[in-house]
Design a protein around this ligand. Structure first.
Ligand code: IFM
Length: 468
């Protein structure tokens, strides 16, 4: 029997990711205005210890140092997002050239370091001015036009150097903070009904469609366009074939009236319709769709990004219906409490590739860990190395079994502002001391450099540790 390749495909893109509000800081610099997150961070008690993204990693001023680290690690690609209210402070109309110039410098520095920029247009920092005063944010259908105008500004300015575009990051999260409906949502913190959330998604999907059209029509370099939803990854709870069926059904259906699914978010964009089972499950909560909407939403995509951190163990119940299997006590979990389920990087891309047949990038995956600077001045994070090693081996297996995965972005290049958890969670390859802004690449960063260098072959070696 031929043995499976131990390396990843020849042009596999090894990268790392971040987002504007989580790392840039400089919240009140050079004309940037508030996003809904700035306002939410000022709500007492909303965020862990009332942290804010005001300074974050000060990447706005330290991007050169950060890119130099990326270069030393051998990253081939870097996924970042643009802050809409930095570029268009009021969300519409007047463009802030100083804000836009930051992304010019960032992209130039990436290209000088031979790192391909992967640009996300929206990673949650919606302009406050378009939400406040009753304008409603994503609940307002005009959001699609506002987003299209903003996209045009970015495309006109950066598309001579940026070829890889993502419109939206994790709509499952930004329209409602995850299941079940009624949970405290992420910013802007409004209480919204399930019906509102589904309408918000419909508007965001229209925005995605409009932005795709704009990129396609106006980009100077031939664009590669996608978006980055949560890759909800049901996994078989055991090795019964029926559990694989249960996981496959769960990955490709809307089984319950909440947002934690793939098809409600991907089918409109990739197949041009909301899934029938979702329309049945959501029933009267389904969004109002106007004539022509689905044509706008259903624009050709060049790839699908998937953000995958864990799975959902599934099995068939005695009646042959897929059900979530309980996880046993003491199940491995990250510092965030998320289950450690490397098979999610096998089954997630496989099921999603089977359905949509598009090239996939893993646009986020990583571990929040209790990383500290040791007395030797280094950050030893064997858990992250072990986590990544397990997950990446599963990803390699998925590719060897036919999933067309073109690249992998580790979340995150550096520790950063983890939304409701503030700076409590550390997801970075690079440790940030927020008091001094000192950057310390963790052991995992050097290990990842070695994985990149060997195009994945070193996943089979005992972890190779190198510091500095
Ligand atoms: O930090 C977030 C990111 O902004 C979106 N995806 C999940 C990450 C970890 O929670």
């Amino acid at each position: 029997m031929p043995t499976a390749p131990t390396t990843f495909p020849k042009d596999f893109l090894w990268g790392a990711a971040s987002s504007a509000y989580q790392i840039e800081g400089a919240a009140h610099t050079d004309g940037r205005a508030d996003s809904v997150w700035d306002a939410y961070c000022r709500t007492p008690g909303a965020i862990f210890e009332n942290h804010t993204g005001d300074t974050a990693c000060d990447h706005y001023h330290r991007y050169r140092e950060d890119i130099e680290l990326m270069r030393r690690l051998g990253l081939r690609a870097y996924r970042f997002s643009v802050s809409w209210p930095r570029v268009i402070p009021q969300g519409v109309a007047e463009v802030n050239d100083k804000g836009l110039a930051f992304y010019d410098r960032l992209v130039d520095a990436l290209l000088e370091a031979n790192i391909q920029p992967f640009l996300t247009l929206f990673h949650w920092d919606y302009p406050l001015a378009l939400h406040a005063g009753g304008r409603g944010g994503w609940l307002n259908r005009e959001s699609a036009d506002w987003f299209a105008d903003y996209s045009r500004v970015i495309v006109d300015r950066l598309s001579d150097r940026v070829a890889h575009w993502m419109t939206l990051n994790e709509p499952q999260c930004f329209i409602g903070g995850g299941p079940p409906p009624g949970n405290l949502p992420l910013a802007p913190g409004d209480r919204v009904t399930l019906k509102d959330k589904l309408q918000m998604w419909h508007h965001a999907a229209l925005a995605h469609g409009r932005a795709t059209q704009i990129i396609r029509e106006h980009a100077k370099l031939k664009p590669s366009i996608g978006y980055a939803p949560v890759g909800v990854s049901p996994i078989p709870a055991d090795d019964q074939p029926s559990s694989i069926d249960a996981a496959r059904i769960a990955a490709t259906s809307v089984l319950a009236p909440h947002l934690w699914n793939n098809t409600w978010f991907n089918d409109p964009i990739l197949l041009g319709r909301y899934p029938d089972d979702g329309l049945r499950v959501f029933a009267n909560d389904a969004p109002r769709v106007q004539p022509g909407d689905m044509e706008i939403i259903h624009q050709k995509q060049d790839f699908l990004g998937l953000n995958i951190y864990h799975g959902i163990p599934m099995r068939m119940n005695p009646a042959g219906i897929p059900e979530e299997a309980p996880r046993p006590p003491g199940y491995p979990r990250t510092a965030f409490g998320w289950p450690v389920e490397p098979e999610s990087l096998y089954w997630g891309p496989r099921f999603i590739h089977e359905r949509y047949k598009l090239p996939i990038y893993i646009t986020e995956n990583g571990l929040s860990n209790t990383d500290i600077v040791s007395l030797d001045g280094k950050v030893h994070d064997p858990q992250r190395i072990d986590f990544l090693r397990r997950y990446l081996r599963e990803l390699r297996r998925a590719i060897n079994d036919g999933a067309d995965v073109r690249g992998y972005f580790q979340w995150s290049i550096m520790d950063n502002f983890e939304w409701l958890d503030g700076y409590k969670q550390r997801f970075g390859l690079v440790h940030i001391d927020y008091a001094t802004q000192k950057r310390t690449p963790k052991d995992s960063a050097w290990w990842y450099a070695h994985i990149i260098e060997s195009n994945g072959a070193a996943l089979d070696d005992e972890p190779f540790l190198r510091s500095g």
